[in-house]
Design a binder for this molecule. Structure first.
Ligand code: PBG
Length: 323
């Protein structure tokens, strides 16, 4: 108690402050999401996400070489195919947009760790995350398509897959299908607690995946629930998830913390497009110090319990972090 105890003693010297710092953010914690567009020489800016572009594969290779050279070691790919269809079949094609991107990246930037999103929303004409039967996404049919998509990504040489669809049972079905095709060593990072969130708005422009009718509330979680997130995580782990994810991150730090305490797998958090857009918009107005805000945000996500953070800020912040 005061005056014996003075917590300020450890705050006067910056070296000492660093020594007693509890949470360290490292470049190794971060994953950069990227959007792969069909065609060549494409670099389309996304207006609501300043600094983020859709790249065709030729330019994606250049961008990934640049990212790798500044210390970004892992990327998460989303695809924008030329043709979409009713059931997202084009997501399962061995010459699909993301499959081709993986093959190219493995050849030209071999050190890069390449993760691929597994979901149908970028590939369906209606923008929903699976096959529509009677006006809603059919769970079990969709799981089969997701498993096919996963196998074809595995064939292309992906390093890890990240299913983001929120169908029940999909991790188990994907795991079984991967194993049946000899990909038993391919890890799965499951979007386990993915909420039906307004923070995905800018992403849907970037991935051209806005649902053409309805919303995603019959498959993504209600933002008001937290115990349910633990059930999602528990099931995904039982089904074979290697890493579990919480998404979005900032309004869900309590969920990250709960999950960290309730399970022993690594925990990832997705600092999503809307969170990024808000920071960029305020920074462009000169209302905030972008670098300090980003460091504080990412540190808070890690402090809450995330081992891995997926963030569009990765490219801007990586050079200021410990390697
Ligand atoms: C769906 C998917 C979404 C995001 C990642 N995967 C959007 C959605 O569910 O509508 C959002 C990512 C972001 O907002 O940055 N496959």
């Amino acid at each position: 108690m005061f005056p014996n105890t003075r917590l300020r003693r450890l705050r006067y010297n910056n070296l000492l402050r660093d020594m007693v710092q509890e949470t360290q953010l490292s470049s190794k914690d971060l994953i950069m999401p990227l959007f792969v567009h069909y065609g060549t020489k494409v670099k389309n800016p996304i207006p609501s996400m300043p600094g983020i572009f859709q790249y065709s594969i030729d330019l994606l290779i250049e961008e990934c070489s640049r990212l790798y050279s500044i210390g970004v070691h892992a990327v998460l790919l989303f695809g924008i195919p030329e043709q979409k269809d009713e059931t997202g079949k084009c997501a399962c094609a061995d010459d699909g947009i993301v499959q081709q991107a993986i093959i190219a990246l493995k050849k030209h930037v071999p050190g890069l760790f390449v993760i691929a999103d597994v979901c149908n929303c970028e590939y369906t004409t209606h923008g929903h995350c699976g096959t529509i039967v009677q006006g809603d996404v059919h769970n079990d049919i969709t799981c089969k398509t997701l498993a096919q998509q996963s196998v074809s990504l595995a064939r292309a040489g992906v390093d890890m897959i990240a299913p983001s669809d929120m169908m029940d049972g999909r991790i188990g079905i994907i795991r079984a299908e991967l194993d049946a095709h000899g990909f038993e060593s391919l890890p799965i990072m499951a979007y386990s607690a993915k909420y039906a969130s307004a923070f995905y708005g800018p992403f849907r422009d970037a991935a051209q995946s806005t649902p053409q009718f309805g919303d995603r509330k019959t498959y993504q979680m209600n933002p008001a629930n937290s115990r349910e997130a633990l059930r999602e995580v528990e099931l995904d782990i039982q089904e074979g998830a290697d890493i579990v994810m919480v998404k979005p991150a900032l309004s869900y730090l309590d969920i990250i913390q709960k999950i960290k305490h309730s399970c022993n797998t690594p925990v990832a958090a997705y600092n999503v497009s809307g969170e990024y857009a808000m920071v960029k918009a305020a920074a462009q107005q000169g209302w905030i110090d972008e670098e300090r805000i980003v460091l504080e945000i990412l540190t808070s996500i890690k402090r809450a319990g995330a081992d891995i953070i997926i963030s569009y800020h990765t490219q801007d912040i990586i050079s200021t972090l410990a390697q």
